[in-house]
Ligand binder design. Structure first.
Ligand SMILES: C[S@@+](CC[C@H](N)C(=O)[O-])C[C@H]1O[C@@H](n2cnc3c(N)ncnc32)[C@H](O)[C@@H]1O
Length: 281
C-alpha cells in the first residue's frame, strides 16, 4: 500500500475550505504541501485533530484511523467529517490506547499550544510501535523574527516595539514555545524517540504576507471582510460568490508564495519534525 498522501493543489483546496480566512489557508496549504512529502503507515492517529479539516485535506475520506482532541465541539465536528474511523475526546497527556497501538502519530499545529510538551511526546512514544514515526508541525524558532510587524519595527530601530508586537501574536495565537530542531531532538530523546528529519517551511516572504493579510482579512481584528464573511450572514447567499472569488483570485495571486521553498541554509516560520520510536541516535 502507498502511504504517501496524494500530490494535489493544496492552495486551491484550502482556499475553498477556509475561504472566510484566506491567510489561514495560505499557511496551511504550504504546511500540507510539506507534510505530503512524508509517508504515513497505518494505523494512523491524528493527535489534536480539531475539526478534522486538515486531516481531511491531507488524507481524504476514511484516511485516518483515530482522531483525538480534548475539545468537545471539535470532536463532534471531526466525527461528522468522515475522515476518521473513530474520534475520541481525550487529552494528549493521557491517551486511552494500549502501548504500541499505532504505526504513525500525526499532529498538526498542536504542540505549540501545550506549555510543557514533554509528557505528550512521552505519550506519543508510548502509543507508537517500535520503529513507528511521530510526524508533527509547529511554528519554528524563527517564527517571531519573520513576522512582518516584527521586521518593520526592528528595521526602524525599535526592538522593544518588535518584541511587543511578537508578544501580542503569541498571546492571540496561544503559542507557548518555539523550539529549535536541536531542542526538539533533546525532548524527543527524553521520550524514547530519535529525530530523523527537521524541515523548515514558510519562507520569510510567505510569513510576511501571511502576517499582513491577517490584518486585512480581520483574523486578528475587525475588518470589512470579517463582517462580510460572518457565519451569521450565511443565509443571504452572496457568500458563495465570495468563496468563488477567493479561490479564483487568491489561488492565482498567492501561487508564487505557495510554491516558494525556504532557501538552503535559511529558516522558515514553520517546522516539520519526523521522529522515530526507538531509533538509535
Ligand atoms: C490549532 S488547533 C489544530 C487542529 C488540527 N490539528 C488542525 O491542524 O487543524 C490545536 C488543537 O490542539 C488541541 N489540543 C490542545 N491541547 C491539547 C492536548 N493537551 N492534547 C491534545 N490536543 C490538544 C486543541 O483542542 C485544538 O483542536
Amino acid at each position: 500500500m502507498n502511504d504517501r498522501p496524494p500530490a494535489k493543489d493544496y492552495l486551491v483546496d484550502l482556499l475553498d475550505r477556509y475561504w472566510f480566512a484566506p491567510p489561514v489557508a495560505l499557511w496551511r496549504a504550504v504546511e500540507l504541501r510539506t507534510a505530503a512529502e512524508e509517508t504515513y503507515p497505518r494505523p494512523l492517529l491524528d493527535l489534536g485533530c480539531g475539526d478534522g479539516l486538515i486531516a481531511g485535506a491531507l488524507f481524504g475520506p476514511g484516511g485516518v484511523d483515530v482522531g483525538l482532541d480534548p475539545w468537545a465541539e471539535q470532536v463532534r465536528r471531526a466525527a461528522r467529517s468522515g475522515v476518521y474511523r473513530w474520534v475520541q475526546q481525550a487529552d494528549g497527556h493521557r491517551m486511552p490506547y494500549a502501548d504500541g497501538s499505532f504505526a504513525t502519530v500525526f499532529s498538526n499545529s498542536v504542540l505549540e499550544h501545550i506549555p510543557d510538551p514533554l509528557p505528550v511526546l512521552q505519550e506519543a512514544g508510548r502509543v507508537l510501535r517500535p520503529g513507528g514515526r511521530f510526524i508533527f508541525t509547529v511554528p519554528s524558532d524563527a517564527f517571531r523574527a519573520l513576522l512582518h510587524g516584527y521586521r518593520v519595527r526592528w528595521e526602524r530601530g525599535d526592538p522593544e516595539g518588535a518584541e511587543r508586537y511578537a508578544a501580542g501574536v503569541d498571546a492571540r495565537l496561544a503559542h507557548y514555545h518555539y523550539h529549535t530542531p536541536d531542542e526538539w531532538a533533546d525532548l524527543l530523546a527524553r521520550a524514547g524517540m530519535r529525530l530523523e528529519r527537521a524541515r523548515y517551511y514558510i519562507p520569510e516572504p510567505v510569513e510576511r504576507l501571511w502576517d499582513r493579510m491577517n490584518g486585512r482579512y480581520g483574523i486578528d481584528r475587525w475588518s470589512p471582510w470579517r463582517a462580510l464573511a460572518s457565519p451569521h450572514l450565511r443565509s443571504l447567499g452572496y457568500q458563495r460568490l465570495l468563496r468563488r472569488w477567493v479561490v479564483a483570485r487568491l489561488g492565482q495571486a498567492w501561487r508564487p508564495y505557495y510554491e516558494m521553498d525556504v532557501p538552503p541554509g535559511q529558516k522558515g516560520g514553520g517546522l516539520l519534525i519526523v521522529a522515530q520510536k526507538g531509533g538509535a541516535s
